[in-house]
Design a protein around this ligand. Structure first.
Ligand code: KG4
Ligand code: ZN
Length: 375
């Protein structure tokens, strides 16, 4: 059990790792403002993020988002204690825009610069508190925690011995879970990113589908049967017998493509059926590995983070598997997807531990070790 000795710094945080230009102002773990400008409209015609377009959009938007974020937080740059910025993983030319801006502010206002790993941000996103007048009593955090990170680029299980002490115990060998949602949804014409649409259709139609687990040779499959049409769909729960904690989503993607290709037509009803069965197969892979990880590593808490955590069924299934272990997850949708508040809280923990900090006294001389990029 650990009572955190937590210093509440005022932090300006920036994330430009992918297709959201986001700037937040945090007071320790509390959000004062967390704004982002989404580029989905610019990228959706290409079915994915185009790095050069992302870079230009970040460049065009960063100043106004920064200004608005400060305005909403009622904090001035002079009052900030530090600037935190995502340094990776992400699109290099997109990250660069945020890093340059963060350096500029830190230099101009003589503040330390904190280099944050984007995945550490997702990992700590469930600890971000809403801004409210009432000071929330600082909760005790019990270690070890098990991080379950499910985003568009990553699918990871991380053991957390303490802040900054992370060990990846399972990760995807190929596609990420969110990426699989997006690619399969695209086949159904659900736009980009397709994760939210699949989740919505699956929720609306779940009660019309009977879901079963079937075993075929060494494979474990989800069988979904439409209760009225009796139509059946089979999709694999990959890596069910892999014996480790790793994930794989390329097999589900291929099986989904083959299933769709074999259907004589894909109308609105069949699209919804497919969403239910796909969602179940994709999420059960995570749940299988989570249950295995709980048995092996005996975590005291489970921390959820990443865009796919917006899927309420995933959160429900995790809570069921947790069997009473405390589950923390982001308290708003804004905190599940990419956002700067999660970078701010990670930056604050780093400041508390003097890790990944660059001082500006003589041109950002490194005063600590390299930023933790072990994710
Ligand atoms: O964390 P994130 O915003 O970006 C990365 O760091 O990758 O995650 C984006 C991913 C996308 O694949 C998107 O389709 C998925 O999160 N996503 C969802 C939902 N909302 C976003 N997937 C399932 N259900 C949702 N409601
Ligand atoms: Zn992310």
């Amino acid at each position: 059990m650990k009572k955190p000795n937590f210093k509440h710094n005022l932090i300006l945080a920036i994330d430009t790792s992918c297709d959201e230009t986001s700037v937040a102002v945090m007071h320790g773990d509390k959000v004062l403002s967390n704004l982002y400008s989404s580029q989905i409209e610019l990228h959706k015609q290409y079915g994915g993020v185009v790095p050069s377009i992302a870079k230009l959009a970040h460049q065009e938007r960063i100043d106004s988002i920064l200004e608005e974020s400060l305005k909403r937080s009622k904090i001035t740059l002079g009052e900030i204690d530090a600037v935190a910025v995502t340094v990776g993983p992400g699109l290099a030319i997109a990250l660069e825009i945020g890093i340059l801006k963060a350096k500029e502010v830190a230099e101009n206002y003589h503040k330390p610069l904190v280099a944050v790993n984007h995945m550490e941000g997702h990992l700590l996103s469930g600890l971000v508190l809403r801004n409210s007048k009432n000071e929330i009593k600082k909760e005790t955090i019990n270690f070890p925690a098990l991080g379950v990170l499910v985003s568009g680029k990553h699918t990871e299980l991380v053991m957390v011995e303490d802040f900054g002490k992370y060990k990846i115990i399972g990760e995807t060998l190929d596609d990420a879970c969110g990426e699989c949602f997006d690619k399969c949804g695209r086949l159904l014409g659900l736009g980009y990113p397709a994760g939210p649409a699949i989740t919505k259709f699956a929720k609306e139609n779940r009660e019309n589908i009977k879901l079963e687990i079937v075993h075929k040779n060494t494979s474990v499959l989800v069988k979904g049967t439409n209760i009225s049409s009796k139509r059946e769909y089979l999709l694999p729960i990959s890596m069910a017998n892999s014996g480790d904690l790793n994930f794989s989503y390329s097999g589900l993607k291929t099986a989904f493509r083959d299933l769709v290709a074999k259907l004589p037509k894909v109308d609105a009803e069949i699209t919804k059926d497919l969403c239910v069965v796909f969602e179940h197969a994709a999420l059960l892979q995570i749940i299988n590995k989570l249950e295995k990880a709980i048995k092996i590593h005996n975590p005291k808490e489970i921390w959820l983070g990443g865009g796919v955590i917006a899927n309420a069924r995933l959160r429900t299934l995790v809570r069921k598997s947790a069997k009473g272990i405390k589950v923390r997850f982001p308290n708003s949708k804004k905190l599940t997807g990419d956002n700067a508040a999660m970078i701010g809280i990670a930056g604050n923990y780093q400041l508390n531990q003097n890790r990944g900090i660059f001082t500006n006294s003589s041109g950002f001389k490194k005063i600590d070790r390299e930023p933790n990029l072990t994710f």
